[in-house]
Ligand binder design. Structure first.
Ligand code: SF4
Length: 424
């Protein structure tokens, strides 16, 4: 009888890709089951913020003592003796490169059998069949003072183009229409292989994919070459997920970000000049040590003038392993929360302004979900999955399916979402 195994994948989309890959290695050895019924639970952990580590403890506490827990992921750095004493049912913590198949066969007391040839690609998918995340590299060479990811994931190393194309083909065979390139720093792809991101994009473009989306573009890496490539491409979306973190030069300097506000403004101008329909997503940290009221005002002024399409904002998390931890002038928690709220309120209006421009238009929509009969959830190039809003539409009597691209007439716009009717 195959052991029953449940899956918990925490953290970022890179971690989710790792979960898919690891579980695809054992999909013929186990029966995937609910957490309730499972003998074993595989948990791919996140560890980069205190809040993520607390979330993990709550999840580990939710399992019964007799359920055996197999862990992997970024929490490895914090898994000390005290941790194992607190969670004695954690029976294994996989490090990168460990053979999960060997571990599961050992645990099940079974004989090790190599994976059937025909099952070499992914067989486990953790996204709807409309889109998939394509991890292009691991690690990071940047030194942002608020971030421990380089300590958790190591130095930047690009995956080989052939490997990435192999993954892409498996996803496309599944019917995926949109491939989303992810890494800590997608723009740095190939730097360690004497290649550039456009080399990879050129190859992916040759595949039968509709949309190619780039996430995690470090501002410094958005070159003229990349902009020209996207401007000419029929498949790479004019969507720029570019974490800027702040807009006040003094804060950027203390964050270890190698650019100034003037350079960001210049870059945004260049992107919009080359790609008038460009969609800009960014994330910001408020409450960084030493952030003054004037710095915060500067960030608000920047957001009001630049009118970015999508903005995520996070309160600074004082992480002991980060160099920012040693900085003086820590900002009070209630001030951090107040500033976070202010940015959200400000951005809500800007987001609504952008979305209102779609009303009355007919747009191509990729269907991600079908929550109830005749009602669908989808996205066009304007929305990245899971982080941005979405588009809700009725199909009337017309049949439609997840993974299909249909035309939708936009009838209404909200603060984050669009609403419409299928047109063909
Ligand atoms: S770019 Fe900065 S924030 Fe992003 S993973 Fe690297 S060090 Fe962390």
């Amino acid at each position: 009888m195959k052991p029953k195994l449940a899956i918990v994948s925490l953290g970022c989309d890179k971690n989710r890709v790792n979960t898919e890959k690891m579980l695809s290695q054992i999909s013929d050895l186990v029966t995937f089951s609910s957490s309730e019924d499972a003998e074993y639970v595989f948990i791919n952990t996140c560890g980069f913020l205190e809040s993520a580590r607390q979330e993990l403890f709550e999840i580990l506490d939710s399992f019964r003592p007799e359920q055996k827990l197999i862990l992997a992921g970024c929490f490895w750095k914090f898994a000390d003796e005290g941790f194992y004493a607190r969670f004695p049912n954690v029976i294994s913590f996989l490090k990168d490169g460990d053979d999960i198949r060997k571990i599961v066969t050992d645990l099940a007391g079974a004989r090790y059998i190599a994976r059937p040839q025909k099952q070499l690609g992914n067989t486990i998918f953790l996204t709807p069949p409309s889109y998939a995340f394509l991890k292009v590299s691991e690690g990071c060479d940047n030194h942002c003072t608020f971030c421990i990811i380089p300590q958790l994931r190591g130095k930047y190393h690009s995956r080989k183009i052939e490997e990435i194309l192999e993954d892409a083909k498996v996803y496309l065979e599944r019917g995926v229409k949109e491939l989303i390139l992810v890494a800590q720093d997608v723009g740095n792809y190939g730097a360690d292989l004497d290649l550039a991101l456009v080399c990879l994009l050129r190859e992916i473009e040759k595949l039968p994919v509709e949309w190619i989306r780039l996430l995690y573009l470090y501002p410094e890496r958005i070159s003229d070459e990349l902009l020209s490539f996207i401007a000419k491409s029929k498949k790479v979306l004019p969507y720029f997920d570019m974490p800027l973190q702040h807009a006040a030069d003094s804060v950027l300097r203390r964050m270890g970000r190698p650019y100034k506000k003037a350079e960001i403004v210049n870059l945004l101008g260049k992107i919009r000049a080359k790609l008038p329909e460009a969609v800009i997503r960014s994330t910001f940290i408020v409450g960084f040590p030493g952030e003054t009221a004037a710095d915060f005002e500067e960030l608000k002024t920047f957001l009001k003038s630049q009118k970015l399409n999508h903005v995520g904002v996070f309160g600074y998390s004082d992480e002991e392993l980060c160099s920012a931890y040693k900085l003086k002038d820590k900002v009070e928690q209630k001030t951090i929360q107040k500033r976070e709220k202010e940015i959200m309120e400000l951005q809500k209006k800007i987001s609504a302004e952008h979305l209102a421009k779609f009303v009355g238009k007919e747009i191509r929509v990729l269907i991600d979900g079908n929550p109830e009969e005749g009602v669908y959830i989808g996205r066009n190039f304007y929305f990245a999955p899971e982080v941005d809003g979405a588009l809700y539409f009725n199909s009337g009597l017309q049949p439609a399916a997840i993974g299909e691209i249909v035309k939708v007439q936009i009838t209404e716009a909200g603060e984050y979402d669009l609403f419409g009717e299928i047109s063909s």
